[in-house]
Design a protein around this ligand. Structure first.
Ligand SMILES: [Zn+2]
Length: 480
């Protein structure tokens, strides 16, 4: 009989449709068996998980680890350590670094850097901007997907206009990869912010006033139309309002391959918190009125919103506590607090722990072509596991975050549920709340195991490259 490297005994294994008392055997980084303890193979090592739940590690498809460019905010080592302490075993990192990930050479350099530093597995987004469309096919070979900024945020990445977006979608569609969208319409926000500044507003609520929900409604609607026209897969990042659920829902009903995420800040914070937190709460899109929270939870429950991510966006305390809201950096850390905050609602009976693993692990794995290699605990899957104490009550303390960013509006929040051990491909990265030595560089890029189903590009007789004859001299003449 094959000998396992590790058997996790006595816990409850959580899947999107079940919670079963079972032991889990791991060998060579993969799940070897899940079942009755008596059926487990002999093993070198055992972990007693009595009283614990065994969850597939969370896949956070939206983090900013600031590397390269902002070592005082975060780097790939500190960010992935924070992930491990949050029960997160795979992260997808955004491209708004210095420099932005806008050429194949820069993407390759970031792969080398991340492979050297990462404690958990990762995917890297490539930047899809007006001046990077020509690299899209090359990017698709090693990027987990693309990031396109429809609206300006931290990093001041230029936002492509609608024509450039259409062309970008046409080029990406045949690659099968997904374009993740910061779906806020820049031109609306620029005018609004100017008006607010002219009026002398520098208070935190001026930020939300400059970005009303219509910026997201308009952007999601437009992105859905361009996705539908081209067949390019898209993902709507950080859904913040009830209003943008309607264009998302309608596009899904039409068969558009569009997915969406929301984040704890939109589920658990509201405009009621602006006075207390000041600039700390400044994030894009903004934290909105409390009335948005219930529809967002309902949208998770009915599948309109597919998953929970964090938009982990670390900054220094000084950068978050300036008096003039327009000078406060946008975002705050979240990768290590998401799981406890979401599990607190499981304890409160709002949804089940199975619902949670669907939103945090199974759905992201499916949407980015990693399932069932990741996102589920079953034989043959990679042993990415969070062993969680669902009963443990504790208080989030920003001074104790693993992230270099020690300031969050979740500070002081009472939560129930704590990741006690985190394994990435069968190896303990965090054990008994202690980082395990030698795990730097254990993380690897998941693009090699990504399998996106065949794409279905549409209206291909009419793409920009078709019109100009794929760049031929005759074609260029024709286009002129
Ligand atoms: Zn972001």
């Amino acid at each position: 009989m094959t000998q396992a490297d590790l058997v996790i005994r006595g816990g409850k294994v959580v899947a999107p449709d079940s919670v079963i008392e079972a032991s889990v055997a791991i060998k060579d980084g993969l799940i070897l068996a899940v079942g009755a303890d008596s059926a487990m193979p002999p093993t070198k090592q055992t972990l007693d998980a009595s009283g614990m739940h065994i969850l597939p590690g969370a896949i956070d498809v939206h983090v900013h680890f600031r590397d390269p460019g902002y070592p005082h905010k975060e780097d790939f080592a500190s960010g992935t350590i924070a992930a491990a302490f949050g029960g997160v075993t795979t992260v997808f990192d955004m491209p708004n670094t210095i420099p932005p990930v806008g050429t194949p050479e820069l993407l390759a350099a970031k792969h080398r850097m991340a492979a050297d530093k990462a404690h958990v597995d990762f995917g890297l987004y490539a930047l899809l901007g007006e001046d990077t469309i020509q690299h899209a096919t090359e990017f698709a070979k090693t990027a987990i997907g693309f990031k396109l900024y429809m609206g300006n945020t931290f990093g001041a990445i230029p936002t492509p206009d609608t024509g450039a977006m259409l062309e970008a979608f046409e080029v990406v569609a045949p690659t099968g990869k997904r374009v993740s969208l910061h779906a806020e319409t820049n031109s609306i926000m620029v005018r609004r912010e100017l008006r607010m500044r002219e009026a002398g507003r520098i208070d935190p609520l001026a930020h939300i006033a400059s970005r009303p929900a219509v910026v997201a409604v308009e952007a999601v609607s437009r992105a859905a139309i361009l996705s539908e026209w081209t067949g390019c897969r898209v993902h709507i990042l950080h859904i913040s309002s009830a209003e943008e659920l309607r264009p998302l829902r309608e596009a899904k009903a039409r068969g558009v391959d569009i997915t969406g995420e929301t984040c704890p800040q939109y589920l658990f914070l509201s405009t009621d918190d602006y006075a207390r937190f000041g600039g700390v709460i400044r994030v894009n899109p903004p934290v909105r009125e409390r009335r948005n929270q219930e529809p967002l939870f309902a949208a998770l429950a009915d599948g309109t919103v597919d998953l929970v991510a964090t938009d982990h966006a670390p900054h220094s305390v000084e950068e978050k506590t300036r008096n003039d809201i327009w000078t406060v950096d946008c975002g705050f850390p979240g990768v290590e607090t998401q799981m406890p905050m979401m599990l607190t609602e499981v304890a409160a009976g709002r949804y089940s722990v199975s619902d949670y693993v669907r939103w945090s692990a199974a759905s992201p794995a499916k949407i980015w072509g990693l399932y069932p290699r990741k996102g589920v605990i079953q034989p043959g899957s990679e042993a990415d596991i969070a062993v969680v104490d669902l009963d443990r009550e504790w208080t989030i303390d920003d001074a104790r975050l693993q992230s270099l960013s020690k300031i969050t509006p979740f500070h002081g929040r009472r939560v129930q549920g704590l990741p006690v051990h985190t394994l990435v491909r069968g190896r303990f990265v965090m054990k008994d709340r202690v980082l395990q030595p030698g795990t730097r560089g254990h993380g690897r890029s998941v693009h090699a195991i990504q399998q996106m189903p065949a794409a279905a590009p549409k209206n291909t007789d009419n793409t920009m490259s078709a019109i100009v004859g794929a760049g031929s001299p005759a074609g260029r003449e024709h286009a002129a």
